[in-house]
Design a protein around this ligand. Structure first.
Ligand SMILES: [Zn+2]
Length: 377
């Protein structure tokens, strides 16, 4: 995989997972090797550690200029049905912002997560949070739904089913049900600035994607695979290219690098082959005008032999918008500065929460990162 032939437009990856503080070296190597100037690191809730926010704080404290960070929520009060839990979620937005987070990440629209939490997006639990996000103009990277074939017993890929992502057994929300909840939220809060991950799973229906973007001028779509996206895009190359040029100011480059280490655990690491393969496929799609396949040996992250992609050879000014200008308009031309004092307070709170959950003192990421920041203060 050679990245030297790609455009020299600066690249900001809008969607990278960074699940554990030990993975800094892995990620820097991937960013340097694939020519990524900066990334938006996203965190998700974690049953053992509350969320991955400590890892993001750690990365930003070491590489302040190389990462925007988008934090996850803490559902402890919500799941305990504690009084004021909905206001607490809104308060977390203010806390994240005070620490130096650049945005919020919500994986809560993935059907498995939506089912576990049982909280409709347009319900009471989230209402004050959406209001706070809109008021502060705080950007959100939001994963809603999944490829439609995951609901279809005939078409659900084996690898998806193996992860528990077959949703056709009646126990999961429907794709349209999830979209309806989002529509209700956007109607109430038209100022919300949301990047819908994985193209909002509308890659098979560009007409609908177009209507959605026209209706909601503050909304963006990211290009993070799902491999199905790139197969859908290849079905009508000219229509896809027209769409990307027309909505050049609404599309954000992203790869989901680190997603494997998030799903399978940090011991999987952020491996070069898988990570570079993701970047190579998305960039080949944007920049070349030819059919292409995933490089040999990196197809495994797609869960399949990945063939049948086709590039759309976008002009340089369009690439500049998709690679960095849009994400900079949304998250700021530079990442927010980290406030060490506010970060330490939140890390101590998370560490105490993990301790009380486990009934003993746990030397996890929150305590470790807090310890490091205190030693350097
Ligand atoms: Zn992701």
């Amino acid at each position: 995989m050679d990245f030297a032939d790609f455009s020299d437009v600066p690249v900001v990856d809008g969607h990278i997972h960074f699940p554990h503080p030990d993975l800094v070296g892995d990620l820097i190597a991937v960013m340097d090797g694939t020519g990524v100037a900066r990334a938006n690191l996203v965190s998700v809730p974690d049953p053992a550690q509350i969320n991955q926010n400590p890892a993001l704080i750690h990365f930003k404290s070491l590489h302040a200029q190389r990462a925007y960070i988008s934090g996850a929520l803490d559902y402890t009060a919500t799941l305990a049905e504690a009084e004021g839990a909905a206001r607490a979620l809104a308060g977390q937005i203010r806390t994240l912002r005070a620490i130096g987070f650049d945005g919020l990440k919500l994986v809560e629209g993935k059907p498995t997560v939506r089912r576990t939490l049982g909280l409709p997006f347009d319900g009471n639990a989230y209402a004050p949070m959406w209001a706070a996000l809109e008021e502060l103009g705080f950007p959100v990277v939001f994963h809603v739904a999944d490829p439609e074939e995951f609901w279809d017993p005939e078409r659900c890929p084996d690898w998806a089913a193996a992860h528990g992502w077959f949703y056709g057994d009646g126990g999961f929300p429907s794709k349209e049900g999830l979209y309806a909840e989002v529509d209700a939220v956007l109607k109430r809060h038209p100022g919300l600035r949301i990047v819908f991950a994985h193209f909002y799973f509308l890659s098979a229906d560009l007409g609908r994607a177009s209507d959605f973007l026209d209706t909601h001028p503050e909304i963006y779509l990211d290009l993070t695979p799902g491999v199905e996206m790139y197969l859908n895009f290849a079905r009508d190359v000219d229509a896809t290219r027209d769409f990307f040029i027309r909505y050049a100011d609404r599309i954000i480059y992203g790869t989901d690098i680190g997603a494997g280490a998030t799903v399978d655990g940090p011991r999987r690491g952020i491996a070069w082959d898988e990570s570079a393969g993701r970047a190579w496929v998305v960039r080949s799609f944007l920049e070349t005008g030819e059919p292409f396949s995933a490089p040999v040996g990196v197809g495994h992250w797609l869960g399949m032999d990945a063939e049948g992609f086709h590039g759309i050879a976008l002009p340089r000014d369009v690439l500049a918008q998709i690679y960095h200008l849009n994400v900079e308009r949304l998250f700021g031309s530079d990442p927010a500065a980290l406030n060490a004092e506010a970060a330490i307070a939140e890390l101590d709170r998370l560490a105490a929460l993990v301790d009380s959950r486990e009934g003993e003192s746990v030397d996890g990421p929150a305590r470790q990162v807090a310890g490091r920041l205190k030693a350097e203060a």
